[in-house]
Design a protein around this ligand. Structure first.
Ligand code: FDA
Length: 330
């Protein structure tokens, strides 16, 4: 059942028609709970509320897998406007971005130029920029862009995804950067990535421990309290200073725990997505982990949205069945 739910939401996340329709609607179906705003001023207001709890923010202009140059340029301009808004509003926030939103799938040099422009603007204001990591085909090109940019700028870092076999090498290569360590959110092949929860969790802890001991600054990005408790104990035992790491969670998830960790005196950073391109992000959150799916249902779904989801799920299953029937007949 978990796998069906996962496949269902992953398939929905890639549906272009639903994505286009969703953009026109604005965040719905519970997405409004996990998206901090559709405009920059709304998002700045959300950031100020988090800052008031002593929580810093990493801000993501929603959107990815862009295939038209004008869309990538629009995204770049929006991110630069957000950098200016962060600076002029004196909020405690930095930028997270997805290379595929800035043209990675279109042309390497075009994407490199867009990212360089963003990083240069952020450097003017001493604002950090994190390159989020996407799926495996985009991994090496993203690292290649990072390598080019770090020749000139030091206000950049990236993400290590623990499900990849290569993560253990990547973390060593990039140990002098501020790194966010995550389990990994995309569906990856068994040729490149661990598939079981146990293997991913084991590698996750191993990478976190290594980077806490030998790396520059570690962002531990997880909603998993087992991992968080393990890290708390590990840093205590190894006398690792609290200014060498932070915990990160996504906006709208486990808010009590976010506030609690900040109150306990740990550095805490919330990942704050904004904009109208919420659909793919939201569906991936639902697909990501069955536990999150259940929690989302409990937290934000009411009778009306359950009916909508039920209808969409029904249409999806019928669509799959009729495709299979057609294939059988051919
Ligand atoms: P996971 O989903 O594995 O759950 C483990 C356990 O934690 C559950 O069994 C449950 O007990 C508890 N739990 C989880 N969620 C809960 C909730 N909402 N409420 C209560 N309990 C809960 N991925 C990627 O590929 N590239 C990237 O750049 C990023 N960036 C990123 C930034 C940030 C800030 C975060 C938090 C995550 C990412 N990710 C990501 C996503 C990441 O790779 C991963 O898919 C998700 O965080 C889900 O894994 P978790 O470690 O959160 O817990």
């Amino acid at each position: 059942m978990n796998n069906i739910a996962k496949k269902f939401f992953m398939a929905l996340s890639q549906n272009e028609t639903l994505n286009t329709t969703a953009k026109k609607w604005g965040p719905h179906l519970g997405a409004e709970k996990v998206v901090a705003g559709t405009t920059i001023p709304e998002t700045i207001t959300s950031i100020k509320k988090l800052n008031a709890y002593g929580i810093s923010c990493t801000v993501d202009n929603l959107g990815e897998f862009v295939s038209e140059k004008n869309e990538a340029v629009k995204a770049k301009e929006q991110i630069i406007s957000m950098i200016e808004a962060i600076h002029y509003n004196h909020v405690d926030a930095h930028i997270s971005l997805k290379p595929s939103q800035l043209g990675l799938d279109i042309d390497f040099d075009f994407c490199l130029n867009n990212l360089t422009e963003i990083v240069a603007k952020a450097a003017e204001y001493d604002i950090f920029v994190n390159f989020d990591m996407e799926d495996h085909p985009r991994l090496q090109p993203s690292f290649d862009i990072l390598d080019e940019i770090t020749k000139t700028y030091s206000n950049v870092g990236t993400v290590i995804q623990a499900y990849f076999f290569r993560a253990v090498e990547d973390i060593k290569q990039y140990k002098d950067l501020r790194l966010r360590i995550v389990k990994g959110a995309y569906k990856e092949s068994e040729n490149v990535a661990f598939q079981t929860k146990e293997e991913i969790d084991d590698n996750y802890l191993r990478l976190i421990e290594w980077h806490l001991l030998y790396g520059k600054f570690t962002s531990i990005a997880t909603h998993d309290h087992h991992v968080i408790n393990h890290v708390k104990q590990f840093v205590e035992e190894h006398d690792i200073s609290r200014d060498k790491f932070e915990f990160q969670m996504l906006y709208g998830f486990r808010e009590d725990m976010q506030h609690g960790l900040a109150e306990e005196g740990y550095n805490f950073c919330t990942y704050v997505p904004f904009g109208d391109d919420w659909y793919g992000y939201f569906m991936r959150r639902l697909a990501e982990r069955p536990q999150n799916l259940n929690l989302m249902f409990r937290q934000v779904f009411n009778k009306r949205t359950n009916t909508v989801i039920g209808l969409v799920a029904g249409a999806f299953v019928l669509g799959r069945l009729s495709k299979r029937n057609k294939k059988d007949k051919e």
